[in-house]
Design a binder for this molecule. Structure first.
Ligand SMILES: [Zn+2]
Length: 104
């Protein structure tokens, strides 16, 4: 896992920033919690527990926004039969991809 230091933007694999020595331990804890929550969401999807998957993916999205969580929220929404929400989240992830790929 790498964390970008919010102070100097250096990428770090350790809890103390290699460049500015900022303490990043809380950010690493939060990211580890997000990974655990995402694993729970994926396991819930595999088990067919779509309400649990939706809740866990949404929790991961609240910890830190990310395409992985957005896509899982969309997938869980579709599995629950909430196609309007699935489409909304799918479009959100798609729009992020379009912005990322836009030239200039
Ligand atoms: Zn730093």
């Amino acid at each position: 896992m790498t964390i970008r230091c919010p102070a100097c933007r250096a990428e770090n694999t350790e809890a103390i920033c290699r460049r500015c020595k900022a303490d990043l331990s809380l950010l690493f804890s939060l990211e580890a919690e997000r990974e655990r929550v995402m694993e729970n969401a994926k396991q819930a999807m595999r088990d067919g527990r779509y309400d649990d998957a939706y809740a866990a993916a949404w929790h991961a999205q609240e910890i830190r926004r990310g395409d992985d969580a957005i896509k899982l929220v969309a997938l869980a929404s579709a599995a629950r039969g909430d196609f309007a929400e699935a489409l909304r989240w799918h479009q959100s992830a798609h729009n992020r991809d379009v912005v990322r790929q836009a030239p200039g």
